[in-house]
Design a protein around this ligand. Structure first.
Ligand SMILES: Nc1ncnc2c1ncn2[C@@H]1O[C@H](COP(=O)(O)OP(=O)(O)OP(=O)(O)O)[C@@H](O)[C@H]1O
Ligand SMILES: [Mg+2]
Length: 500
């Protein structure tokens, strides 16, 4: 079959980085072609060239048999190419509807925006997701998952013939992912061609017709799904065989570090009690919107609690805000890290230095060399792809930015760490390293709390797991006591005492 799209010999360099080297990629009508590779392999760069955001240094782009000479953003949309970017590009203070149809709002005869029509059109693109998102709602009021859905809906509303999805499910969990897969299935039937980027390899195996693997900016292989096993895929991605996806260690339970008793906030959580012990990892699972993030936000003072007590090492603590949390020994990796976790316009070193200012200053002078040493060690162990620690964070790939956020906390000594979706957007190889680093924190006596939407990950890495359903802890269990299916039942609210 003739290719709908053919990218040939694509090369692209940035100062100090050769992002793509002579890459070929093609897309057939109605197929889903997955693009995978480690963080920094060049996936997003390739699709930014396709979207017209970047210009390739070399190579050609042939669409429907014709070579494209100019490739601006508008041109490419005009050619029927819709992109869901990895970084969300929504405008927080505008409504969902305004964001989705920005610059394309339906007009009345008088030329003003036809609001009723706009809301109706928006509802129509949101309907298939069956989620509680309202067209009039401000985007800022939505959590990361729902913002991601809005971003997806926005791309769908373009009715593009070629749809590129750069990690569309990074912020989603079970239910939403399934909705998205249904939508993808429908689009394919309608003849839409999809380029799909994901670090969740099970998704890739589930969805892809063909798979292309990039490593260090070069194409390693393109194969039909059935021709490549999961292990082969990983081997091609990381260039070696991964021995264990979930490193094991024998944890030793120490003292209770963080105790939460009867934490309640109207509309958010109800009577939540748990204990995080030194030396252990405590995982929180639940559907997106179940209240996991909000429970943590109530603990660290971002949301104000109505009732309940929080103890650190047996003493009641009052945390006013994130900064205050840190000084009291609670390290926090928020879900919304672009706003709360990273300064994109600063380099890696300065970002890391921000979190450890107090630890590495003597007589008011920053011990830059020591910090640089720590940061360089982190960059190496987490395999952060960067020419140096002086690189601006905004120039790093999505996954590598995520690693920088994590590195900031691994450098810092805290009594409790709360990690909200720590491995979002991280490739398979680097995930293993992050699990190890988390285990090391536990080994050195910290209590580690991990929220994750990837069920296998929480179940394999946590010593204890708490399941959240509608703001309540409906089940707690020790590692190995329940299987995935049972946990799913609890997170869907289908546990005993309820009718399925
Ligand atoms: N604007 C830029 N300036 C400098 N370097 C850049 C820029 N954009 C990307 N790079 C570099 O190009 C390489 C490829 O980045 P890219 O974003 O394409 O990776 P990716 O495969 O999408 O990774 P991830 O899985 O982390 O999203 C990385 O080393 C990145 O740091
Ligand atoms: Mg990317």
């Amino acid at each position: 079959m003739e290719s709908l799209l053919k990218m040939s010999g694509i090369s692209k360099s940035f100062p100090g980085v050769r992002a793509l080297k002579d890459v070929d990629f093609d897309l057939k009508k109605g197929e889903l072609h997955a693009l995978v590779g480690e963080n920094g392999a060049g996936k997003s760069t390739l699709i930014k060239i396709l979207s017209g955001l970047y210009k390739a240094d070399e190579g050609t782009l042939v669409l429907r048999g014709e070579e494209l000479k100019t490739t601006g953003l508008r041109e490419m949309i005009g050619h029927g190419i819709g992109i869901i970017y990895q970084e969300l590009n929504l405008i927080p203070y505008l409504s969902v509807a305004e964001n989705i149809f920005l610059g394309r709002e339906p007009r009345t005869k008088l030329g003003t925006i036809d609001w009723p029509k706009l809301y109706k059109m928006t509802q129509a693109v949101l309907d298939p997701f069956q989620l509680n998102i309202k067209p009039r709602q401000k985007v800022a009021s939505l959590g990361a998952a729902y913002q991601q859905i809005v971003e997806i809906a926005k791309a769908l509303s373009l009715n593009a013939e070629i749809l590129v999805m750069d990690e569309p499910t990074a912020a989603l969990a079970g239910f939403e992912v399934e909705r998205l897969f249904e939508i993808i299935g429908r689009l394919k039937k309608e003849g839409v061609s999809i380029i799909y980027i994901s670090h969740r390899l099970d998704e890739v195996h589930h969805l892809a017709d063909r798979i292309t693997i990039l490593r260090d900016g070069e194409k390693v292989v393109t194969k039909a799904r059935g021709e490549m096993t999961n292990d082969e895929m990983i081997k091609h991605m990381v260039g070696r065989v991964l021995e264990e996806q979930y490193p094991q260690y024998d944890s030793v339970r120490g003292e209770p570090v963080l105790e939460v008793k009867g934490l309640t906030k109207a509309g958010v959580c109800e009577d939540v009690s748990f204990t995080a012990y030194a030396g252990e990892i405590l995982g929180f699972v639940g559907l997106v919107g179940a209240g996991r993030t909000e429970i943590m936000q109530t603990i660290y003072g971002y949301l104000k609690k109505d009732q309940g007590e929080i103890f650190l090492h047996g003493k009641p603590i009052k945390i006013k805000n994130c900064r205050d949390a840190v000084t009291q020994g609670v390290g926090l990796l928020p879900e919304e890290r672009k706003q709360q976790g990273l300064v994109l316009g600063m380099n890696i070193f300065d970002n890391a230095a921000l979190t450890v200012l107090d630890l590495y200053s003597k007589f008011g002078v920053l011990q830059k060399r020591k910090i640089a040493h720590e940061v360089n060690t982190m960059v190496e162990s987490m395999n952060i792809r960067t020419p140096s620690i002086r690189q601006l964070v905004m120039n790093l790939s999505g996954g590598n930015q995520q690693k920088v956020v994590l590195a900031k906390w691994f450098v810092r000594q805290c009594d409790v760490y709360i990690f909200d979706e720590p491995t979002r957007g991280i490739d398979v190889g680097a995930k293993v390293e992050i699990y190890r680093l988390m285990q090391n924190l536990a080994k050195r006596g910290a209590a580690v709390i991990m929220i994750s939407s990837e069920l296998p990950e929480v179940m394999n890495i946590s010593d204890q797991v708490a399941v959240v359903f509608e703001g309540k802890l409906v089940k707690k269990f020790k590692k190995g006591e329940l299987n995935e299916e049972e946990v799913m039942q609890y997170s869907l609210g289908l546990h005993e005492g309820r009718e399925a």
